[in-house]
Design a protein around this ligand. Structure first.
Ligand SMILES: Cc1cc2nc3c(=O)[nH]c(=O)nc-3n(C[C@H](O)[C@H](O)[C@H](O)COP(=O)(O)OP(=O)(O)OC[C@H]3O[C@@H](n4cnc5c(N)ncnc54)[C@H](O)[C@@H]3O)c2cc1C
Length: 299
């Protein structure tokens, strides 16, 4: 990446050539041409307004559904820090959450406020920005079921509140405009007893612990479940459980998860995923679609 753009002044932190591997779950991949950690919403909006419109921009949450390719990410990667991680109760069933708030923070606040229906976020290790973008979900619920509206800064720097219907949600997909950054979201649940909500969160956490490699370098579900199928079953039936490419491996515990066992490159991980897709297609005829977002350029 040799292009150097004129960067508008910022109040937050703007870093040239910032390594992204430490910021994503797979712990692999190259650097962001620029990493911007805005001081607040105004800082982000002013920056995007002034930024050359040809410069690509992408949001980064906790990197829990992301392969960053080894050549890095051109343009600006925006990461939301603590000022974007607040959660506020609006009324008896509604929470307003910053785009950088984690799923655990949102679900814990909902419990304390006696708001049920957001427990599923307890198990998704990302941020509100990632949930809104990905229509994250688990245990029969997804963002589409609880979102009232999302506050975004468009690539142009314009602030917009997008209603649920504007986001074009389908399974693990939204029509969030390219380059838009989600800075907040309002979620609505229903009245519940904090102790019952905690019990449901505990049940979800235990189920996760049993079925997923949670303390590994991974990216969550690799492929979307095709209509009428479970991706993990197709991967298993194609003989891919435990399959390796360098230090990348299909998890033995949950074979819709890929792992970085140590020094895997993003090319190893993505290449292994493509090999799995080919084997599944040959075995069952089903073409798996990536759920993990793959960003940046190869080395
Ligand atoms: C162990 C494990 C278990 C998981 N279980 C689940 C599960 O049960 N259900 C599920 O749905 N997912 C699951 N995931 C995947 C992942 O947690 C979700 O997709 C989550 O929504 C990603 O959030 P993130 O903040 O980490 O986003 P990232 O991984 O950082 O980014 C994902 C996408 O969202 C975009 N994005 C991130 N933040 C913003 C923002 N502020 N504004 C605009 N775009 C943004 C990125 O550009 C990228 O396209 C799991 C992952 C792991 C590692």
């Amino acid at each position: 990446m040799t292009v150097c753009y004129a960067m508008p002044p910022v109040r937050g932190k703007l870093t040239h050539g910032a390594p992204l591997a430490p910021l994503v779950w797979f712990k692999s991949g190259g650097a962001a041409e620029y990493l911007f950690e805005p001081a607040d919403v105004d800082d982000l909006a002013t920056f995007l307004y002034a930024l050359d419109p040809s410069v690509p921009v992408m949001g980064l949450g906790l990197g829990s559904n992301l392969i960053v390719r080894d050549g890095g990410v051109p343009g600006v990667v925006v990461r939301l820090g603590k000022t974007f991680a607040k959660v506020e109760r609006l009324d008896a069933t509604t929470l307003r959450c910053g785009g950088g708030a984690s799923g655990i923070l949102v679900s814990s606040n909902a419990r304390d406020a006696g708001i049920a229906g957001l427990e599923f976020m307890r198990s998704i290790p990302g941020t509100v920005g990632g949930f809104v973008r990905m229509n994250g979900g688990a245990y029969g619920r997804e963002v589409e079921d609880v979102l009232v509206e999302a506050d975004v800064i468009l690539r142009s720097g314009e602030r917009r509140t997008l209603a649920l219907g504007d986001l074009g949600y389908t399974y693990r997909h939204s029509d969030l405009p390219a380059g838009a950054i989600v800075v907040g979201a309002t979620f609505r649940g229903h009245p519940g007893e904090p102790s019952a909500i905690q019990a449901e969160m505990d049940r979800i956490a235990a189920a996760r612990e049993e079925s997923q490699p949670l303390r590994s370098r991974t990216g969550g579900s690799t492929f979307k479940n095709p209509e009428g199928h479970k991706a993990w079953q197709l991967v298993d039936q194609a003989g891919c459980r435990g399959l390796r490419k360098g230090d990348a491996q299909v998890s033995e515990k949950h074979c819709n998860f890929l792992l970085n066992l140590g020094d895997a490159t993003s090319a190893d991980i993505e290449g292994l995923g493509e090999e799995v897709r080919e084997k599944v297609k040959a075995k069952s005829g089903v073409i798996l679609e990536w759920e993990i977002q793959r960003v940046g350029v190869a080395k």
